[in-house]
Design a protein around this ligand. Structure first.
Ligand code: ATP
Ligand code: MN
Length: 462
């Protein structure tokens, strides 16, 4: 008989029909007359209840059905008497694919802590929490591609291995095939990279933006969506060494268009999740964060505040609030500052613009004041910075001057500068950290809990 996924079983037309389901046992309970098994196949947060009439089955047959075991069951789908359930299956046949020893299988009881589950990252997708998080992750990934496709953007795959080390977005992981126990050295005593795989130093990318600009100044509007690597030794609940970033880049967009795009895009994603992952979001809300759904709805129904960095700093200075890190004009804002503006002061997302040029990247468009650049960070409740972006400097001369000022090696940048030499245009873009968006939508508080296989300092298990 053909298998029905449990997500498809809650269909009134199937009531009274014979069905086949396959999945993993969540719980078994009952007595010597009747046994109940909650089965889950990962397609939905909901378990289907299987009822075993003990006149048809023996104790011995059911004995291997413990939490974690995998089953194939056929039987009749009937309306359920139990509260909260609409249907259950009266088992006719049972096949046990695999057992899960009660003494060894780590996910016996419910209510394991998230810390415990991080230690069992290889099995945690089988829990309700991680099933919900991973389905929401998929739903949002799909929404992102859909949003950009529907708005005429092209998906551009930028390189993961790069030889440009000038973005300055964070420490890079080096990529090499040299024997680290026997590194070839030149006469100057430095590593001889001519013997390395690429004939020069190479690293994992910290951002696809610079290559994204090559795409945008050809295709008009592109987005990237791929893994990004930063060897930042910051053990925070908001940083991963390997994370996924979405980077749209649009020719002819100025900073205002860029802010509008960021706001429309992020609201679209949150709405899409509310509409298409409601069961999973409600589950997480019930388990971890009662205000989650209200917070999501509030963000999509209010306009984001738009404010300059200078105005933001003034609000922080005048707030009288004691921050751990000092705040003054020129300081790089910390997450506590960002969250104060969002959660205490405005009580909605804030887009902060026109940051001091010293704390932002070289490619951002310089304002006429000589002090600030056309940067924009989107700040979110519970998260702080969720998006970082800017209008880009399109003037060849100004860009070159800034590159010189910062001492960025020119020989690495020739291909980037060509965008400004040949048919340069105003353009803008931003980077959204996919896991930061997921933190917001799932209500999880540690970024390690919204990616299937987290990589952080001293943590690279499989
Ligand atoms: P932060 O100040 O929070 O470290 P950033 O300013 O270094 O971030 P950007 O270079 O602006 O980050 O990157 C764009 C987006 O990528 C950020 O707004 C954030 O959502 C996400 N991001 C950056 N670093 C990380 C990281 N280590 N782990 C997860 N997401 C990240
Ligand atoms: Mn940033």
């Amino acid at each position: 008989m053909e298998r029905t996924k449990i997500s498809e079983i809650w269909n009134p037309e199937l009531i009274g029909k014979d069905v086949c389901v396959k999945g993993w046992v969540r719980t078994r309970r009952g007595n010597k007359h009747v046994q109940f098994v909650a089965l889950n196949d990962g397609s939905t947060i909901k378990n289907i209840q299987i009822v075993f009439d003990m006149e048809k089955f023996t104790e011995d047959q059911l004995k291997p059905i413990t939490t974690g075991a995998s089953l194939h069951v056929e039987g009749k789908l009937v309306e359920s008497q139990g509260k909260g359930q609409t249907a259950e299956i009266q088992a006719e046949t049972l096949e046990i694919y695999g057992t899960a020893d009660v003494n060894d299988y780590p996910l016996q009881k419910k209510g394991h802590t998230l810390e415990f589950l991080r230690e069992k990252a290889h099995l945690r997708p089988r829990t309700n929490t991680f099933g919900a998080v991973l389905r929401i992750r998929h739903t949002l990934a799909f929404a992102i591609h859909k949003f950009f496709n529907d708005h005429g953007f092209f998906y551009l795959n930028t390189p993961l291995i790069t030889s440009s080390d000038c973005e300055g977005a964070g420490a890079m992981f080096q990529v090499t095939t040299l024997d680290l126990n026997n590194v070839p050295k030149g006469e100057d005593g430095k590593v001889d990279y001519s013997q390395d795989f690429f004939g020069k130093p190479a690293s994992l990318t910290v951002s696809g933006q610079l290559e994204g600009e090559l795409g945008a100044t050809a295709l008009g509007a592109i987005y990237t969506f791929g893994p990004t690597f930063r060897a930042e030794n910051s053990n925070t609940p908001r940083h991963l060494a390997e994370f996924w970033m979405i980077e749209p880049e649009v020719a002819f967009n100025d900073i205002n268009d860029n802010m509008q795009l960021a706001e429309d895009f992020i609201k679209y994603c949150i709405n899409y999740a509310l509409e298409n992952a409601a069961d999973d979001i409600e589950f997480l809300a019930k388990m971890y964060d009662e205000e989650l759904v209200d917070r999501l709805k509030s963000v999509v129904s209010h306009e984001f505040v738009r404010l300059t960095y200078t105005e933001g700093v003034k609000i922080l200075e005048e707030s009288g609030h004691k921050f751990e890190f000092p705040v003054y004009w020129g300081a790089d804002l910390q997450s506590e500052h960002e969250r104060f503006l969002v959660e205490e002061h405005f009580k909605r997302p804030v887009i902060l613009t026109d940051y001091p040029k010293e704390i932002k990247a070289f490619y951002m468009k310089q304002n006429d004041d000589g002090k600030t650049v056309r940067a924009m960070d989107v700040l979110f409740p519970k998260i702080g910075e969720i998006i970082g972006g800017s209008e880009r400097e399109e003037s060849y001369d100004k860009l070159l001057a800034r590159i010189d000022e910062l001492g960025i090696p020119m020989k690495d940048m020739w291909w980037y500068l060509d965008t400004r030499r040949f048919g340069t245009v105003p353009h803008s873009g931003f980077g959204l950290g996919f896991e930061r968006l997921l933190l917001f939508v799932t209500g999880m508080t540690n970024i390690r809990d919204v990616i299937p296989f987290p990589r952080t300092p001293n943590n690279c298990e499989f």
